[in-house]
Write a protein that binds this ligand. Structure first.
Ligand code: MSP
Length: 500
């Protein structure tokens, strides 16, 4: 039976153009969305942009542009990033879209009706970078450790969300849903946060900020960006209209550790306040550094994904990011490592295997897949699927490279050029096993490198029918039909260059 699978990226701030950190999250979601489509699940994959708040206003001023024009421009570059990298999102929500408005308004009204919103005078230190008030404890030498800037002191009357009312409900929710936070160790961080819960300010005075959604019933106040932003996960699927129930609850919100508190504490509490089921899971990844350093504008080491696509090719970067960085921890990006992976894993690995096998099929079998022979690929599929389901993408790819390695070894051990003289029946069997292994490799690679997988299917002469044929059928050994005409085509990853 088909299951629904609703997956989201965070909506990215449009104060600046996208970098590889944003790309990484979108890529993880794309791989998962494709993996679920491969399983014939009904997938809804949402991404988008977070366009309100003081940070955006300042960035637009700095660029000398009107705020909306500026957000249009940056939102377009996030959308171009998705297109460039074959990100298969089904929708792209912007918090300045008219269709976004009803959800935050309804959430607010329902939380207010439930008595979870109150007004109070507030004085605090606000970090525009985080779009959040900071406690003294959170500052390092008076500065926000994440943004290196001194927070500004604000005193104003705000609306507050009674987050403290949800402590027990949150704790029992985590208990009842042990998979709510993945990977599991991150839940400890969340439990720590819940132990120090405070009510949160969820509006700003219009005096300080006008670029946002007006608070229902109080035009002098604008909604806090996080209240506005989190509701995108509902607005995009039609909330408050009942249609949202087709997709809600979200199956997974993929985020990095920097915004865990908002997603694993505030957001489920907001849902509870409005009488909505919280999402099923928040999957949290680490941070990407560049040559061992934190990416930052001041350091001048921000990596532009568009340049990378030109330099190395989209498929290489997709492979690198998913192979090199373990989802659960932090990972490092360096061009030298991309190059090493290109040569070692792509050109000399999968690219070489395909070219080598097809050349032999041409030479010894007249370009046609020989008669079927036995093989067993199920253990590899089981390992791969288990790793995919636990967000261990780097290990799932290692499983694929194990299959590639075994195929290479088989060629070296059996020496087909010798068999051609001594035992042509054994040679045909060997070539069938190699061709059929390549079909499985292409299938496993498809979520990660869709274009490479397509090229492999074309070379092998198969119509892959991913998404229309049950995966359990495609995973069988022996699907590749004897007699199929193969065609070598251009090398997948030429050796002389890092560009495809
Ligand atoms: N607008 C908020 C999110 C609102 S969601 C309701 C926001 N935007 S952001 O543009 O700052 O994006 C943060 C997200 O981008 C991180 O959670 C992560 O998914 C991704 N990354 C940004 N920098 C990153 C790295 N250096 N490394 C890995 N991912 C990073 O927060």
């Amino acid at each position: 039976m088909r299951e629904k699978y609703y997956i989201t990226t965070p909506i990215y701030y449009v104060n600046d153009v996208p970098h590889i950190g944003h790309l990484y999250t979108s890529l993880v979601c794309d791989v998962l969305a494709r993996f679920h489509r491969m399983h014939q699940d009904a997938v809804f994959f949402l991404t988008g942009t977070d366009e309100h708040g003081g940070k955006i206003v300042r960035a637009a001023e700095k660029a000398g542009m009107a705020t909306q024009a500026y957000t249009d421009k940056i939102a377009a570059s996030f959308s171009l990033l998705a297109d460039t990298y074959e990100i298969s999102n089904d929708d792209f929500i912007r918090t300045t879209d008219a269709r976004h408005l009803p959800a935050p308004v309804a959430l607010w009204e329902r939380a207010a009706a439930a008595g979870k919103i109150y007004k109070k005078k507030y004085r605090g230190l606000y970090c525009v970078g985080c779009e959040a008030f900071k406690t003294d404890k959170e500052l390092v030498e008076g500065k926000c450790p994440d943004h290196g800037i001194s927070p500004e002191e604000y005193e104003e009357e705000n609306y507050f969300f009674k987050l403290t009312d949800f402590k027990d409900q949150l704790l029992s929710f985590y208990k009842a849903h042990p998979d709510f936070v993945a990977p599991a160790p991150r839940l400890n961080e969340v439990l720590g946060m819940v132990n120090e819960l405070e009510d949160v300010s969820i509006s700003r005075s219009r005096k300080h900020l006008s670029w946002g959604i007006p608070v229902p019933g109080d035009d002098d106040q604008v909604m806090y960006v996080w209240f506005d932003a989190l509701s995108n996960y509902l607005s995009a699927i039609g909330y408050p209209d009942d249609a949202y129930k087709k997709w809600w609850p979200a199956d997974v919100h993929v985020i990095a550790k920097d915004i865990l508190r908002f997603h694993a504490v505030l957001w489920p509490a907001m849902c509870m306040a409005a009488g909505i089921e919280p999402p099923r899971q928040v999957a949290v990844h680490g941070f990407l550094t560049v040559n061992g350093q934190k990416m930052s504008k001041t350091r001048g080491n921000v990596v532009d994904p568009f340049t990378l696509a030109e330099q190395f090719g989209v498929e290489t970067i997709r492979y690198f990011l998913m192979r090199e960085l373990p989802f659960s921890g932090d990972g490092d990006f360096s061009e030298a490592r991309v190059h090493e992976r290109y040569v070692g894993d792509l050109a000399n690995g999968v690219g070489n295997l395909l070219a080598r096998v097809l050349a032999m099929v041409e030479k010894y079998e007249g370009g046609k897949v020989p008669a079927a022979a036995k093989g067993d690929i199920m253990p590899s599929w089981r390992a791969y699927e288990a790793h995919m389901n636990e967000y261990a993408f780097h290990l799932a790819l290692a499983d694929v490279w194990d299959v590639i390695g075994s195929a290479d070894k088989l060629v070296n051990d059996r020496q087909p050029w010798v068999l051609a003289k001594t035992d042509t029946a054994a040679l045909s069997e060997l070539l069938y096993v190699l061709c059929e292994s390549l079909r499985h490799i292409a299938l496993m690679l498809w979520p990660f490198m869709p274009e490479t997988a397509e090229k492999m299917f074309v070379a092998l002469g198969v119509e892959h029918s991913i998404g229309t044929t049950a995966l359990s059928e495609l995973q069988q050994w022996g699907v590749l039909k004897p007699g199929t005409q193969v065609s070598r085509g251009a090398p997948l990853f030429p050796r002389h260059t890092t560009k495809p």
